[in-house]
Design a protein around this ligand. Structure first.
Ligand SMILES: Nc1ncnc2c1ncn2[C@@H]1O[C@H](COP(=O)(O)OP(=O)(O)OP(=O)(O)O)[C@@H](O)[C@H]1O
Length: 289
């Protein structure tokens, strides 16, 4: 399969953890039609941390939800590892999400009647797998929630709930973790902790991480930042600083697509990823149908 071309990326020589080809997503019909994704192709190397950015309405969440099997594109293909999501049955899709994908959402999606510990182990429990206790302890420790494990979500702060959601995504050691604004509700300290562990998930454990974020500082933790505008990939940066990201965002915000940076074409041609929006996503990604 083809590889994305990003300045400084070693994707060509690495295993591709997930990707999309020529993805389009159209909402509505007639006068109300919205082309949320317009021919996006992109790949994510195993062990790579990617941040997706772009102005409001540019298609970030749609793309992420299509990639994660939480929504279905109008056209194009998505794969996780060597599994093509196109045409998978609901059951197969649910199992793939449960076994191979971790999710961290801004709205946490914790089950309110389960303790933090029960929420964290839920996907692994549902899958009937054993918890790797050593890894569980490492994750809990790194996220600083060891003394909160017996609490219900309602007894936790927003930052603690988000760290629980993050632990849930990590504990099962999924190949790929998708985060939709995973630090969106967090103060800067909690945000830093979540980003550090996502960084560690790639550096130390070879997991693949893809997040949507509006925050240049969060994006600066990534190996690669992909910028969307108007449903298309318009630019990519390898290992940018927060200032680099800010500069690009400043130019994209409110700018028409054809005013995107001059190198946009390179990224777009090699790397368009598009996906549909998240109607089905925000509830229970691990649910067994
Ligand atoms: N269920 C839907 N029905 C109709 N249009 C939708 C739906 N979901 C998304 N859209 C439209 O698709 C486009 C892309 O939306 P999307 O949420 O992916 O953008 P985004 O970049 O994630 O935005 P934000 O940063 O504001 O969350 C927008 O124009 C949006 O209004």
């Amino acid at each position: 399969m083809t590889s994305a071309h990003t300045e400084g990326s070693a994707l060509d020589t690495r295993t591709v953890a997930a990707g999309a080809a020529d993805l389009t997503k159209v909402y509505g019909t007639g006068d109300t039609v919205v082309e949320a994704l317009r021919g996006v192709s992109i790949e994510f190397a195993a062990g790579e941390f990617t941040a997706i950015m772009g102005p409001s309405g540019s298609g970030k969440s749609t793309l992420m939800h299509c990639l994660a099997g939480l929504d279905v594109a109008t056209d194009g293909r998505v794969h996780i590892g060597d599994v093509d999501l196109t045409g998978l049955s609901d059951k197969a899709m649910t199992e793939l999400r449960r076994d191979r994908i971790g999710f961290v959402f801004q709205s946490f999606n914790l089950v309110p009647t389960l303790t933090a510990a029960e929420n964290i182990t839920l996907p692994v429990d549902i899958a009937g797998r054993d918890i790797d206790k050593e890894w569980f302890d490492t994750v809990i420790d790194r996220l600083g929630i060891a003394d909160r494990l017996d609490h219900l979500p309602s007894e936790l702060s927003g930052g603690q709930q988000q760290r629980v959601a993050c632990a849930r995504a990590l504990v099962g050691k999924p190949e790929i973790i998708f985060g939709d604004e995973p630090t969106g509700n967090l103060d800067s300290r909690s945000s830093g902790e979540v980003l550090e562990i996502l960084r560690a998930a790639t550096d130390e454990f070879g997991q693949t991480v893809v997040i949507v974020t509006h925050d240049p500082r969060a994006a600066s933790y990534a190996d690669r930042v992909v910028f969307l505008a108007d449903g298309q990939i318009v630019r990519q940066l390898a290992r940018p600083s927060a200032d680099d990201v800010f500069e690009v965002m400043k130019n994209l915000d409110g700018a028409p697509t054809d005013a995107a940076p001059a190198d946009a074409g390179t990224a777009a041609s090699g790397d368009d990823t598009t996906g549909p929006k998240h109607a089905a996503t925000e509830s229970h990604p691990y649910e067994v149908h």
